[in-house]
Design a binder for this molecule. Structure first.
Ligand SMILES: [Mg+2]
Length: 419
């Protein structure tokens, strides 16, 4: 089989409400680039990337010259062709490689009539559990609903998502308001949800913006709760190591262990207990499986990170989750904040807090052409958005550690997204 063409289509798909985070905000929608890798055998493989609010079409167009004529089975060679580590000093294409790898695995699965997880060693589980992934949210400008700014609103959203999707693990994305305020919110979440469901667990992630001392204070103040882990309380392995000395719970990261060099450093002088693997950040599903093997060897925990996903990327997370024996935590997904998807059959469904691993050949998801066209048109109309800016705080530059927190009494609504 030979690659004959690569097509990239940028789409923007609405969120229920703008999602706030330590660096800015998802402004009420995601922007994702969907790729289709065509072959001389008529098969088309799907990939997806995005996350920063911008289109990545241009880079895929440029890579056509590298990949037309390449056999999609030769993925290890493609890794060096597209993202050779020394060439990457100039052109870092790790995320681009990931999208291409998804498409190549999808192609091979279709050719061999097996799901991607069978190529990766075969499934150990048929369903992957997910956490509820709660965000502080601005209100949706069109409906005026969806705001999460207070502890009561946070607990209400957690209850709603638990009732709807069956989540038993709950993650709060923090780093938006002062740590003392977020501590109150997190404790309220764990205590209120834990009252009715004492086996539910919780995790908190301020995206590395606390000072080491704030992180220690925060960590010690939640030690009595049923925490999965404390995720990226500070930025950097050395800071994490200092927090780990003083806080009695596992620390997790998707920020400072995102490649094999950092994983080796963490094995040699441990700073992090749980590594959140991201099929995009690590450069593909296969790289994540390799990293999970290293974690298994050194008995580090593994979870699955979400960098924001539509159904194609979600399928990569499901196939990854299906094959790694040491996946000891519920995976993260932004998915339930979206109002729609671009795959046939509509959004994949949660059942009892888990999503079934697709059973069809390849990734097991196919494009809904009408939806793709609809959301590509929306992107042409609306363009990108600055993921690392806040619509209501123009010019705001959060520092690390941060002390420029948002004001929890500010109840303004940002302008609408255009949907
Ligand atoms: Mg994180």
């Amino acid at each position: 089989m030979k690659i004959t063409d690569i097509r990239a289509t940028t789409v923007t798909v609405p969120l229920e409400a703008p999602l706030r985070h330590a660096n800015g905000c998802h402004w009420g929608r995601f922007v994702r680039t969907v790729i289709e890798v065509e072959t001389d055998e008529g098969l088309v493989g799907l990939g997806e990337m995005g996350g920063g609010g911008e289109s990545a079409e241009a880079v895929f167009r440029a890579l056509k010259a590298y990949l037309v004529g390449h056999d999609p089975a030769r993925m290890e060679e493609m890794r060096f062709l597209v993202a050779n580590p020394t060439a990457s000093l100039y052109n870092n294409r790790t995320q681009v490689l990931a999208a291409l790898e998804f498409a190549c695995l999808d192609l091979l699965g279709q050719k061999w009539n097996v799901p991607v997880c069978d190529i990766l060693g075969g499934r150990l589980q048929d369903r992957v559990p997910f956490a509820s992934y709660l965000f502080f949210r601005y209100p949706n400008a069109r409906t005026g609903t969806g705001e999460v700014r207070t502890a009561d609103q946070l607990v209400a959203l957690a209850r709603e998502l638990k009732a709807k999707h069956g989540f038993t693990s709950h993650k709060l994305k923090g780093g938006v308001f002062h740590p003392d305020y977020e501590l109150e919110c997190y404790r309220a979440l764990a205590e209120e949800i834990g009252k009715g469901s004492p086996l539910d667990s919780f995790r908190f992630d301020p995206n590395g913006v606390f000072s080491t001392e704030q992180a220690i204070r925060f960590g010690q103040a939640i030690e009595d709760l049923r925490n999965d882990y404390l995720e990226d309380p500070v930025y950097g392995l050395t800071g994490m190591r200092r927090v780990r000395e003083k806080v009695r719970m596992p620390l997790a990261t998707n920020t400072v262990v995102v490649n094999f060099e950092q994983l080796a450093a963490n094995v040699l002088d441990t700073a992090v207990d749980v590594v959140l693997l991201d099929t995009t950040f690590w450069g593909g599903i296969r790289q994540c499986v390799k990293a999970a093997g290293v974690c298994e060897t050194f008995q580090l925990g593994v979870a699955v990170h979400s960098s924001g996903e539509l159904g194609i990327q979600l399928a990569t997370m499901l196939h990854l989750g299906a094959v790694i024996p040491n996946l000891s935590f519920a995976a993260d997904a932004h998915y339930h904040h979206l109002t729609d998807d671009i795959i046939e059959g509509g959004p994949l469904r949660y059942e009892d807090g888990a999503i079934a691993v697709p059973e069809g050949p390849g990734l097991g998801v196919r494009l809904d052409r009408e939806k793709l066209a609809e959301y590509a048109e929306a992107y042409r109309r609306l363009g990108g958005y600055p993921y690392d800016q806040d619509p209501l705080r123009p010019g705001w530059a959060p520092t690390i550690p941060n002390n420029r927190w948002a004001d929890p009494s500010d109840s303004r609504t940002p302008p609408g997204t255009g949907f």
